[in-house]
Structure formats: C-alpha cells, structure tokens
Ligand binder design. Structure first.
Ligand code: ADP
Length: 487
C-alpha cells in the first residue's frame, strides 16, 4: 500500500440537510449515507450543517459546544456570530453551525430571498469553522446551490489561510434549484469582490446572479448523481440554463450514481413492517405486507391485486401530469393504486379526487410519512417513477431492494439503475419507457401488469433479481474516494 493510501483521507461535507436531523428529499439521504460509507472505507469525515431550530431536541441534547467567534460577511462589514455544536454518530462527526438570526425559523427553507443570505453565511462560516477547529480536510465536498459559495470563498477570501490548502468538490443533486437573485442582493450578502459578478462566474443577465453557477466555476471537481444526468445537463432540455456553463466545465464533471443506506432500508430487520423478510421468504411475506397495507389504507384486502405504489414529492419533475393523464385507464378490476406524497396543490387535488371516486381501489395519502413509505415499498408490487427528469432517484433503488418492481422513465439515474425487462429472455429489473408521453407510461404499466397477472414465475424472478442487486453505497463510495485522492 502506498504511503498516501495509508494516511486517512479527510473529507468535510457541506450541505443544507442531512437525515436524521433534517430532511426534505434525496439530498438528506445522501448526506447521511455517503459519509458513513466513506468512514467504512477508512476516511475521516465531518459533516457541516446549519443548526436549524427544527432539528429534534433529542439530537440537540447530544451536542457539545466547540466554541464560537464573530465573522464578517456583508459588503458593509457587518459581523455575525458563528457557534459550533458537535455530535458524533457511527464514526461520523457532525458540526452544526449556530446562528439564531439565520436558522431559528423555516423548515428548513423559507423562500429564496431569505435563503440566499442564510446560505451565503453558512458557506463562509464552514470555512472559518474549519480553520477555528484546526481540522484541514483534503477535500471539501459541497452539495447543491446552498453550499456552492464554499468553493468560491475557498479560492478568494480563504486562499491564504490553512483551509486554503483543501480542494473542493461540488455535487449537483438537482440542477433545478440554483439560488438566483439580484446581483445587488448576492453582492451585499456574500461580500465577494465585484470582479466575480461577471458572466463566467455569477452573472446570468444584466440584473441577476446565480450562486450555483459561481460555485461550479470555482469548484476543483463537479460531480452529479448519475452518468446519464451528467450528460443530460449539458443539453438545452435538462440544463436549466446552465448547459453551456457545464459543457465549458465538463472536463471536471463526473457522474456517480447514488446508493441507499442498506441498514436503514433492510426488509429483513425493518421494524416498520408487519412481516419483515429476506430473499428466501420474500414472495409470501410481501403478500402479508400487501394485506397490511390494504387494511391500513382501507383498500379491498386481496393479495391477488396488482398494487402500484407512488412515493414522491408531488411536483412537475416527478412526471405526475403523465400519471394524471392516464390514471383512469391505468385502473382496472385487478389494480389498486397507493399514492404517498405532498407538494403542488394541483396534484394533491387530483389524487384526492381519484381516491374519492375509486374508494377501496385507490388511496391518496397527502402527507409525509416514513412508516407508510416503508409499508408501501414492502407491500406494493410495482413502484411508479415516471419523472420528467431525475438526477438519480432513490425510490427506485429502495423499491428494488424491497422486491418491488420499478416502472420508470429512462432518464437520469432511472436509466442507469433500472435495466428494462426483456420479454425474449426474461432479464431486466423493471418496466421502462423513453419519450415523455402518457401513452408510453400506460404501455409500461400494462406490460408490467401482464407479466404479474399472466406469468407469475417470470414476475417473481424479477422480484428476486431486484432484491439481489447491490444498491448499497459501497461501489459509489469507492468512486468518490478515487476522485478525492486524485490530486
Ligand atoms: P427527491 O430528492 O427528488 O425528492 P428521491 O427519489 O431522490 O427524490 O428521494 C426521495 C426520498 O424521500 C425517498 O427516501 C422517499 O422514500 C422519500 N419520500 C418522498 N416523499 C415521501 C413521503 N410523502 N413520505 C415519506 N417519504 C417520502
């Protein structure tokens, strides 16, 4: 083993959410699972997060005070308090940046106008905290627009300081959210020099600046959460206005697909399931979980029904206009649909309506509920993920691990993780369609149902193959580690 490999690679994670402290989506899962996987590979990892008031008290009670200092931020030289609270869990150290002015409200996000100052402050406070803690990482791994000023501060305000020796990586989890505001607003709150407010860095038009754009320009490396999405975001359709910028920086762009935490998502030990199961008893136990799901949701209790689940934020990204367009056609006497999600009132209303006219056959749970999500992953036969775009997607990975067959659109990480079922030889992991069209989604649902109802042996073979797939973080963590170690 070389000398370099013997020294532990030190990584600082910087992001706006992390399970189990605060989570609104897939970013929260990644911020939890990847550091743990890296620790298992021998890295030293610290995760930096804002100390939001919405973090449960039981975690706050476990935190230790590490110190505080004042930090300048804005163009007029206002200084702000930075407190550091620390907590260690499963080999990962979590450092929470405390400032009541910024983090005492919101859940955790409020609106861009307030979020921009808060994440300017956070991106800078993390670097100041690293110097204060005298813990200099090899790589500062930043996530999404909220942490995207960290690479910029690192090469400007912090260039001559100890932390300036670190390299930076910026991961795009979802390019749709970018941190766009007026040039004046960002200039004031970031306190960054005027010459960065040009087109190669922050500027996107005469009046507006884009935090993510600047971070992408300054980061030593850019990654995103699947290879397909890494290509897609360089195109007009998926690039969210940053496609040329990303093409320009494509030499430093790589796609690494997410995994899931296989301890958190383990059907064998899942305490939220009435009938936990492994591969050997999956087929029988999934039937029992299906009955429990039907009972809990007031659906007709029948193991023979083809139960389609949907666990999702209810937004345009998730392809729900396609689902809405074919909902009635998708239902037949053998089919039940279970929806779990919150979001756009248009979709919440549509799914409530379908439940009201198909009681006993359709249940729409317009809420966020971890325990119900687990039961759906275990008790449904198929999981629908027809996204318009999907950087990686976690729900299809979780569903495969629980032996629930994904029905997905071939985009982003869905394309990279779900091999289409091939009726010639019975191979594949799920049912897929390519163009963003409702009739193609309907066709994919029907193809899946046909196999489920007409050829159960083949269906069961897909279920077991999906459960056998390695969807853990191990492989992806090794790919990240390789990138961290490349000078
Ligand atoms: P995104 O990050 O775009 O929302 P992902 O597929 O990457 O989508 O991650 C979604 C995560 O959030 C999964 O862990 C999924 O189980 C969970 N989730 C989404 N909606 C709900 C809900 N209403 N209740 C419980 N869990 C949910």
């Amino acid at each position: 083993m070389s000398e370099m490999n013997e020294k532990k690679t030190r990584v600082a994670f910087v992001g706006s959410e992390c399970y189990p402290f605060v989570k609104t989506g897939g970013l929260g899962d990644v911020m939890y699972a990847l550091p743990r996987a890296l620790v298992r590979e021998g890295c030293e990892v610290r995760v930096f997060l804002p100390l939001y008031s919405c973090i449960p008290q039981k975690y706050k009670d476990q935190m230790n005070w590490k110190g505080s200092f004042m930090m300048d931020l804005t163009t007029d030289g206002r200084t702000f308090f930075v407190g550091i609270m620390e907590l260690s869990m499963n080999g990962v150290i979590y450092d929470f940046i405390e400032n009541r002015e910024f983090f005492d409200w919101g859940n955790p996000y409020t609106g861009l106008w307030e979020d921009i100052p808060k994440y300017c402050y956070f991106s800078k406070a993390v670097l100041a905290a690293l110097n204060y803690l005298e813990w200099i990482p090899d790589v500062i791994h930043c996530h999404d627009w909220q942490a995207s000023l960290t690479p910029v501060y690192l090469r400007t305000r912090f260039a001559g300081t100890p932390v300036g020796a670190a390299r930076s990586m910026l991961t795009i989890h979802n390019l749709r959210f970018q941190g766009i505001c007026s040039i004046d607003h960002l200039k004031y709150w970031s306190g960054l020099p005027d010459d960065l407010f040009n087109y190669p860095v922050f500027k996107i038009n005469e009046n507006e600046a884009n935090m993510f754009k600047g971070g992408l320009a300054f980061a030593d490396r850019i990654t995103t959460v699947s290879e397909t999405y890494a290509h897609e975001i360089q195109t007009d359709f998926y690039g969210e206005g940053l496609n040329s910028h990303l093409s320009y920086h494509s030499v430093k762009l790589r796609g690494i697909v997410n995994g899931i935490d296989v301890e958190q998502w383990d059907s064998r030990t899942d305490a939220l399931l009435p009938a936990p199961y492994g591969r050997e008893n999956a087929l029988a136990a999934k039937g029992e979980n299906k009955l429990a799901l039907q009972r809990r949701l007031g659906l007709e209790e029948d193991q023979g029904k083809f139960v389609i689940g949907l666990v999702s934020r209810l937004t345009d990204q998730k392809g729900l206009d396609l689902v809405d367009a074919i909902f009635e056609q998708m239902l037949d006497e053998n089919t039940q649909v279970v929806v779990l999600g919150t979001g756009d009132p248009r979709y919440e209303g549509a799914f409530r309506y379908y439940e009201s006219v198909h009681r006993g056959q359709v249940c729409s749970c317009i809420m966020y509920d971890e325990s119900l999500a687990h039961l759906i992953y275990a008790g449904a036969d198929a999981l629908l993920v027809p996204s318009l775009f999907e950087p990686c997607g976690l729900t299809q990975l979780i569903s495969m691990r629980y032996g629930t067959v994904p029905i997905v659109r071939e985009t982003g990480g869905l394309k990279d993780t779900v091999a289409p079922f091939n009726p010639e030889n019975g191979e594949g992991n799920g049912f897929t369609f390519d163009a963003y069209r409702a009739d193609l989604l309907l066709d994919a649902v029907r193809r899946g149902r046909e196999v489920y109802l007409g050829d159960r042996d083949r269906w069961n073979a897909i279920v077991l193959r999906d459960m056998d797939r390695d969807v853990s973080w191990t492989h992806s963590a090794l790919q990240y580690l390789e990138l961290y170690r490349e000078g």
